[in-house]
Design a protein around this ligand. Structure first.
Ligand code: TYM
Length: 327
């Protein structure tokens, strides 16, 4: 069975983009692959975060994983900081990387572009992709399901793995990124040319655990063009195309059949359909999250996951230590 691995960082609240670009894929793949899914909590430290918020986000994330249908019997579900091999291989990967390639990472460039000249850039966001490479390479993962924004980091991971293998002899599996055909980049509702993200504007981002009245309002006031025809054209009609993508993924219906159904329905009616579908989906999810959080399974699941992950990670790190001369 091929192995697949992915993670989400518990910064901010989880978004519909995280669900469609990542979590939904994890669920679909769990029967077909040996799946390792983790909470990338060390990555959450790359920018300042309140410890209380980090704890809450971590609990929400594991609950959402479970509520969406990840089955801990099939999937190794764990918290990155419970497996210290991540930080250790992360250091070795940092030593195996170049300043030039890390400065070319789009996410790093975007994040630093938003800072003023008086802001100090935390080193963590610069070396972040080397920790992500370690996350992947520790487990010999063949495939990495991610949204488009993370593809470049997986490509860097490939380069680092190949470089290490060439220098020290075959050690790491070279992973491949997998992005979903539809929904690899869900855009902001208020600025549909930009990615929906935890740090984008509140109005443009649907949070999985937010009040559904707010969700509905956000969708009903999503920015669209003014010709009132529901057609898929991401360049000329980014707002409507984004809503079509969301509806298509959540209802498993092709864009073509949605267009033939709603082309002349008018934007108001179409947005209401999208809002109904999203709110129904999130309502069910939120109820499950509540049930999970009022139970006592989470700690046990994370403990078992950490044991399984550590077993695999330790073997790989030990091999790496031998190869580089630390053992
Ligand atoms: P993060 O936490 O920013 O995002 C988690 C996943 O959600 C996807 N995603 C989206 N997909 C479609 N549309 C969007 N608007 C959208 N927003 C987010 C991301 O592409 C990602 O798949 N560095 C990673 C976490 C990580 C990781 C790893 C992932 C750490 N180590 C190893 C895979 C393998 C991150 O910050 O993702």
């Amino acid at each position: 069975m091929k192995r697949m691995l992915s993670g989400i960082k518990p910064t901010g609240q989880l978004t519909l983009g995280n669900y469609i670009g990542a979590i939904k894929q994890f669920i679909e793949y769990q029967d077909e692959y040996e799946l390792y899914i983790f909470i990338a909590d060390l990555h959450a430290l790359t920018l300042p975060i309140d410890p209380k918020e980090l704890r809450k986000n971590t609990k929400d994330l594991i609950s959402v994983y479970l509520a969406c249908g990840l089955d801990p019997e099939k999937v190794v579900l764990f918290k990155q900081s419970d497996v210290h091999e991540h930080a250790e291989l992360g250091y070795i990967m940092a030593c195996n990387s170049y300043m030039g390639e890390l400065s070319r990472m789009t996410q790093y460039k975007d994040k630093t572009a938003k800072m003023t000249t008086n802001d100090s850039i935390p080193t963590g966001i610069f070396i972040y992709p080397t920790l992500m490479a370690a996350d992947i390479l520790l487990y010999d993962a063949d495939y990495i399901p991610v949204g488009i924004d993370q593809k470049q980091h997986v490509e860097l991971t490939r380069d680092l793995a190949i470089r290490f293998n060439n220098h020290y002899s075959e050690t790491f599996v070279v992973p491949e990124p997998i992005t979903p055909k539809m929904g690899a980049k869900i855009n902001s509702l208020s600025n549909p040319e930009k990615k929906m993200s935890k740090s984008e504007s509140e109005k443009g981002t649907i949070y999985l655990l937010e009040d559904l009245n707010i969700t509905r309002k956000k969708i009903m006031s999503a920015v669209t063009d003014c010709d009132n025809e529901v057609i898929y054209d991401p360049e000329k009609k980014p707002g409507i195309s984004n809503l079509l993508t969301i509806l298509s993924v959540l209802t498993n219906t092709s864009i073509d059949s949605l267009v033939s159904e709603y082309q002349h329905a008018g934007y108001g009616t179409f947005k209401k359909v999208v809002a109904d579908v999203v709110c129904e989906k999130l309502g069910k999810l939120q109820q499950k999250v509540k049930d999970i959080q009022s139970g006592s399974l989470i700690d046990q699941i994370l403990e078992t996951g950490a044991q399984k992950a550590t077993y695999t990670a330790r073997k790989k790190l030990s091999k790496v230590y031998r190869k580089v001369g630390l053992k």
